[in-house]
Write a protein that binds this ligand. Structure first.
Ligand code: SAH
Length: 227
């Protein structure tokens, strides 16, 4: 792994963005997303990833790789954050739901692009730390709550887009229900411990649902059926 924080964070972040843009191009045939858009580029450039990783991982904060964030969880690989953000293609006025707040990094990136982000995390100490980080960075359009994300967040539904950043065995029906007509769900589906399918699920204006698989990905599991 390249030790990326020998450079200034801004230089390292720029180099990371170049690598992410290259990987987006290389996987474009499978994903249908051939270019990193200017909007997503700027959103990634605006969020200091080193503020979302633990002290002992600082050296690798701008490597294009997932990193441990404690409690057996990970902050996703920057390429995957970029790709899932592109796939959601959020409009500036959108309201989004994220499942699996983790470090809060993905939520912070989405917050640059839309009006409001809601994010659910099942581990209270991760949720607390993420909320604190977002507060310190003056990102005030993300609301985090502790709970089972598979149930969605009824009070704020329906959503323009929903992103799940943990691997689900099956697509939670509540999340499909809580999508607006014309909305999109981006979710890794499959067992943990092996690769999962990154799926895009679109709900059309009549409420019909269409899904497609894009590429293999690796996520920590979405813990479902919590008491
Ligand atoms: N988006 C995060 C990375 C997510 S890692 C980031 O940018 O850092 C996946 C997260 O999903 C973990 O923090 C895990 O605790 C959480 N998770 C797993 N099952 C969940 C569930 N049922 N509801 C909410 N969060 C869940």
């Amino acid at each position: 792994m390249v030790d990326c924080l020998d450079e200034a964070p801004e230089t390292a972040r720029q180099a990371l963005l170049e690598r992410v843009a290259a990987e987006i191009r290389e996987t474009g045939e499978a994903t249908g997303c051939c270019e990193l858009s200017g909007r997503v580029w700027h959103a990634l450039a605006a969020v200091p990833r080193h503020r979302f990783v633990p002290d002992e991982q600082q050296k690798w904060a701008y490597a294009n790789t997932p990193l441990p964030i404690g409690r057996g969880q990970t902050i996703s690989q920057p390429f995957i954050v970029a790709l899932m953000t592109e796939l959601l293609a959020p409009a500036p006025g959108a309201t989004l739901l994220e499942i699996g707040t983790g470090s809060g990094y993905q939520a912070a990136v989405l917050a640059q692009l839309v009006r409001q982000v809601y994010s659910i995390e099942r581990i209270p100490e991760l949720a607390r730390a993420a909320a604190q980080r977002l507060h310190e960075l003056s990102i005030d359009n993300v609301e985090i709550r502790v709970g089972d994300g598979a149930q969605g967040w009824k009070e704020h539904a329906p959503f323009d887009g929903i992103m799940v950043t943990a691997a689900a065995l099956t697509v939670p029906p509540a999340l499909v229900q809580q999508l607006k007509p014309g909305g999109r769900l981006v979710i890794p589906v499959g067992e943990s411990g092996q690769t999962q399918d990154l799926q895009v699920i679109d709900k059309d204006q009549q409420g019909a649902v269409f899904s497609r698989s894009l590429l293999p990905v690796v996520f920590v599991p979405l813990i479902q059926n919590l008491a």
